[in-house]
Design a protein around this ligand. Structure first.
Ligand SMILES: Cc1cc2nc3c(=O)[nH]c(=O)nc-3n(C[C@H](O)[C@H](O)[C@H](O)COP(=O)(O)OP(=O)(O)OC[C@H]3O[C@@H](n4cnc5c(N)ncnc54)[C@H](O)[C@@H]3O)c2cc1C
Length: 391
């Protein structure tokens, strides 16, 4: 494979670099986005950043032009994501831009596309993903939230959990059971829920990283109009698979991982550590750098498949598994390099990398769980990649 950009792609890369150099202020750099692929989006400055991207037409570069995307080739999208990660630019509203919008483009009616896509592109409508429930995570198809048809509406009752960003979202991608008499995958429907509907209650859950991210969401006789059903009734599982494919392909960014390793190398060099552990640390940092390069090459493979119109499956699982486990190793190497200072958080004058190292270490814990655990990814690789029988 030729790793060099084609002449057209090289021009495009320079264009993105110039844009980031001009528009991205250093206080907006968000190392955590590289770990989880999700900007926190809490901060008004991140919403402003979305508006800046919107002016350039780069909120949703992966979307087809007819729906307001930038009409970029798959390789150009890849270059755009690479440069954004290298600059540590935040990716607020990723669940809308990366998951909800593309799923609506594939499965939505023309009316649904008209209603929902423009709000995502302008940066005004935030979305969350209401899939997991207290008893249904890896075995998502066992979900119990019920939707019962009543005239032109469905009435929803049940509970979701680990719903990232529900507290600041206008809409939710919601999976609910609409038929209890059929095998579990065949009785699920996919709704585009208005979070302001009567009967929706959002309760925050504090996570390990202390970021306002997770929530529980309760539904008490929530009315959803039939027009908010995405895809066919009882075919929601297949619509959800589309969302999950987009999620796995986008969750880890190898360039973001490598940027963090580079920062760690600078940190160790500048801190002038001269104790006996320095040589071992040098080797460990070299390992992380090589592994980050492997992660980048794995994502090239996914991008190349997409450029050929193929759908990455086990390839996306390999990239997600490798990158998320590496993110945790990078966090451990960093904390080891910083010694006792590694425990200091943002706000402390002695916190390494202004507290981003501590934030990375803690946020990376969830990366091997979100979007399907490492065990689930290994199952996909074993069965679909290696052709092994189900365990
Ligand atoms: C940071 C973060 C953000 C998240 N955001 C969202 C969100 O926005 N919306 C949403 O809907 N969900 C979200 N989730 C939830 C996430 O999708 C689930 O946590 C995940 O799918 C695992 O489900 P579970 O927590 O129920 O664990 P379980 O499925 O109960 O798994 C428990 C353990 O058993 C193992 N296990 C389960 N089944 C198998 C199997 N078949 N083979 C081998 N091992 C197995 C798992 O690997 C795991 O170690 C988020 C999670 C995290 C950590």
């Amino acid at each position: 494979m030729n790793f060099a950009d084609s002449p057209t792609d090289a021009v495009f890369r320079a264009e993105v670099r110039d844009f980031l150099a001009d528009e991205l202020s250093s206080d907006l750099r968000a190392a955590d986005d590289a770990v989880m692929g999700v900007g926190i989006g809490e901060d008004e400055r991140e919403r402003d950043w979305l508006r800046t991207l919107a002016k350039r037409g780069w909120v949703a570069p992966a979307w087809p032009k007819e729906y307001g995307g930038a009409g970029l080739s798959v390789m150009q999208q890849f270059i755009f994501n690479e440069e954004m990660a290298r600059a540590q630019a935040p990716r607020p509203n990723f669940l809308a831009i990366g998951l909800a919008g593309p799923t609506i483009i594939v499965h939505g009616t023309e009316e649904q596309k008209r209603e929902h896509l423009s709000g995502i592109l302008s940066g005004e409508t935030f979305w969350c993903q209401g899939f997991s429930e207290p008893g249904s995570g890896s075995d998502l198809a066992s979900l119990q939230t019920r939707a019962v048809q009543d005239g032109d509406d469905f009435i929803i009752n049940g509970q979701k959990i680990w719903t990232s960003g529900a507290h600041r979202s206008e809409r939710m991608m919601l999976l609910a059971r609409t038929d209890t008499e059929v095998p579990k995958h065949k009785g699920i429907s996919y709704f585009l829920l208005d979070m302001k509907a009567a009967g929706v209650t959002v309760r925050p859950l504090t996570n390990l990283a202390d970021t306002p991210s997770f929530n529980e969401v309760f539904f008490d006789n929530v009315r959803v109009p039939k027009t908010d059903l995405l895809g066919e009734l009882n075919k929601g599982w297949y619509v959800a698979t589309t969302t999950l494919d987009f999620e796995r392909s986008g969750i880890i960014n190898g360039v973001g991982l490598q940027t963090m390793v580079r920062e760690l190398i600078d940190f160790v060099r500048d801190s002038g550590r001269s104790d006996g552990g320095r040589e071992a640390l040098r080797h460990e940092l070299a390992d992380r750098m090589i592994e980050a390069q492997v992660s980048i090459v794995l994502s090239y493979r996914v991008a190349t498949m997409q450029a050929k119109g193929l759908i990455p499956n086990q390839e996306a699982s390999i990239t997600k598994l490798y990158g998320s486990e590496l993110a945790q190793r990078i966090g451990r190497t960093g904390v080891k390099a910083a010694g006792m200072y590694g425990m200091l958080s943002e706000g402390s004058p002695r916190a390494p990398l202004n507290g981003r190292l501590d934030a990375w270490y803690r946020i990376a814990v969830g990366s091997t769980i979100a979007g399907g655990t490492s065990e689930i990814q290994r199952g996909v690789i074993a069965q679909r990649g290696l052709g092994l029988p189900r365990g």
